[in-house]
Design a protein around this ligand. Structure first.
Ligand SMILES: [Zn+2]
Ligand SMILES: [Zn+2]
Length: 193
C-alpha cells in the first residue's frame, strides 16, 4: 500500500471521534454526537476532558419518549428516528421546530425535548446533533475512495487494513468488527479499474 497524503490523513482523522480535528464525539452514554465546528472533548466524552459537556439529543429524546409512555411504539434497538430528525444539527438552534411531515406525537416529543435542551444550555451544555456510530475509517474510505491506491488485482487482506491504520498513524486498533468493516470498504474500493 502506498503512502497516504497528509491531506487524506487529516481527512481520515476528522472521521474518528474525540480528537483535535474531528467534529464527532463519543459520549459516556454510548451515543455519538456531531458539532457544527470542531470542539474539544467535554466532561461527558468517553475520554472526558475538563470542558463543558455536550447535549446528547438521543438521550433526551429517549427520556421524553419514556416519560410519555411511548416506548412500546418504539423499537428498542433503534433510536426514535422521526423525533431525532426533529433535532438534527440544523434544528438545534430551534429545537421545537419539527421537520415537515412529522406526526403530532413527534412534534410533542420534539417540543418537550426542546425545552430540556434550553434548560441544559443554561447549565452550559454545548449544542450537538445526534449522529450514527459508524466506523469512522470505513466511512472515510467510502467517502474518499481515491485516498488509498492499491493494486487492483488482489482482494485486500486484513494485513492491508493494518497497513492502512499504520499509514494513518492509528496506534490503538479499532474493535474487531470495525476491522471487518474497514476491510469491506477497502474491498469495495478495489473494484475500480
Ligand atoms: Zn470527545
Ligand atoms: Zn446519549
Amino acid at each position: 500500500m502506498e503512502q497516504i497524503s497528509l491531506y487524506y490523513r487529516e481527512k481520515a482523522w476528522s472521521y474518528i471521534p474525540c480528537n483535535a480535528v474531528s467534529p464527532y464525539h463519543d459520549l459516556r452514554c454510548g451515543h455519538r454526537i456531531a458539532t457544527k465546528t470542531i470542539e474539544p472533548c467535554g466532561s461527558n466524552c468517553t475520554h472526558p476532558d475538563q470542558n463543558f459537556p455536550f447535549i446528547c439529543p438521543t438521550c433526551i429524546i429517549w427520556q421524553v419518549v419514556l416519560g410519555l409512555g411511548l416506548e412500546e411504539e418504539q423499537d428498542e434497538n433503534e433510536p426514535p428516528i422521526a423525533q431525532l430528525e426533529c433535532l438534527t444539527m440544523e434544528d438545534v438552534a430551534e429545537p421545537t421546530t419539527p421537520t415537515a411531515g412529522a406526526s403530532k406525537v413527534d412534534c410533542k416529543v420534539a417540543a418537550i425535548a426542546g425545552e430540556e435542551i434550553q434548560r441544559l444550555r443554561k447549565q452550559h451544555f454545548r449544542d450537538a446533533g445526534a449522529t450514527a456510530r459508524v466506523c469512522g475509517i470505513a466511512q472515510f474510505l467510502r467517502d474518499f475512495p481515491e485516498a488509498v491506491c492499491r493494486p487492483r488485482k488482489e482482494a485486500p487482506r486484513m494485513q492491508d487494513v493494518l497497513d492502512l491504520l499504520g499509514a494513518l498513524g492509528i496506534e490503538e486498533y479499532p474493535e474487531v468488527d470495525e476491522l471487518g468493516e474497514i476491510l469491506n470498504a477497502l474491498s469495495t474500493n478495489a473494484g475500480g479499474s
